[in-house]
Design a protein around this ligand. Sequence first.
Ligand code: UDX
Length: 439
Amino acid sequence: MRVTMVGTGYVGLVSGACFSEFGHQVICVDKDASKVEALRRGEIPIYEPGLDKLVAENVAAGRLSFTTDLAASVEGAEAVFIAVGTPSRRGDGHADLTYVYAAAEEIAAALRGYAVVVTKSTVPVGTGAEVERRIRAVRPDFAFDVASNPEFLREGSAIEDFRRPDRVVVGTDSARARAVLRQLYRPLSLLDTPFVFTSRETSELIKYASNAFLATKITFINEMADLCEKVGADVQDVARGIGLDGRIGRKFLHAGPGFGGSCFPKDTLALVRTARDYEAPTRIVEAVVAVNDARKDAMADKVIAAVGGSVAGKTVAVLGVTFKPNTDDMRDAPSLAILPRLIAAGARIRAYDPEGMTAAAALIDGVDWVSDAYATLPGADVLVIITEWNEFRALDLARVRSALNSPIIVDLRNIYRPEEMSEAGFTYFSIGRPPVAAH
Ligand code: UDX
């Protein structure tokens, strides 16, 4: 089948490359000419494991190409995906749909035969109907359908998530559009992937409800972690103890410094706003947003408490600044709240992240960025782990201990076992577990 993917951001690029891998003929479109030029040279603008290879292979096979010419790319396409950004609108937290509607109108003008226009961007309920209205206004007599097909990709494992999704959700009332999408995802139906065919509005809401539920799960365990710290309980055992109940499930119960990233913060906020507009407030999700925001700030206080109440004049070694490992993405990363607070409290920060330092340096002033984990340590008064990159799990603890000025670790991701840290001579603070002193 012939597919056009409008937008070569995270979702567009991964989806486009994966559809071409399925055997379809895919053209990815972006307005940014320098980005398209770079993609044609095989340079991938984001860090996503395996994506460079996937793109290169499919470009070489003649199934994947890049262009700035939207009109030409739409010609002959059976499905045209809108995968442009929907950032939070400044001021009110609503999703900003300017790019979605602009793409819809350009697509409308370029349609030559029947096509399904599919919104893949995360869009509020009702956006599909508005996209249809806008296309209809440009092309009153033309046959087309507008479907919703939300994406559930996680950064860092996006390709695997696309190839083996838990489900595919398609929202449309049109049998013809349904047939096109079924055909597009045919390799997945061969794997027995469940398909949820539903209305457009329902499909749009499923995406927000999924992300809000996962964000709620994380926030729930984070609050339990705070309670564990007060009563001397262990949140990891709580997570395991409740998660083994199949109705609860074990995933997404890892306590930490609060969720970040490009989706959960933006989507929970947008859901709260939509629900308020329809006078059906989602009070649980409102609490999740507020608790998570406060948590990121509270993490700086945890570091300050660990060094005895003040970081003024002290050196803080920081490992990991991205919102999670295996990405260079800094969007809404907890470090963006934690580091400026520590700096404002008088700390000197020496930090390292395997992929995120370029993006982070543009967002946080006054940090001394160094080129590997051990270089953060000399003379530091505390070591803080903010992101759980694998390479931090295997540090040489004796080397860490001897480089630090005082052997204190604040581990906001629970990547070490407390007994092991005590044995290794550290005072060790983690999340939702009793702190331990050096053995
Ligand atoms: C998320 C959704 O998982 C995905 O389905 C959706 O399409 C986009 O948003 P992503 O933002 O890439 O994906 O990352 P994810 O792995 O879900 O983590 C989000 C945040 O939650 C991170 O900050 C992570 O550190 C945090 N998290 C996740 C926890 O703190 N604890 C957990 O148990 C899981």
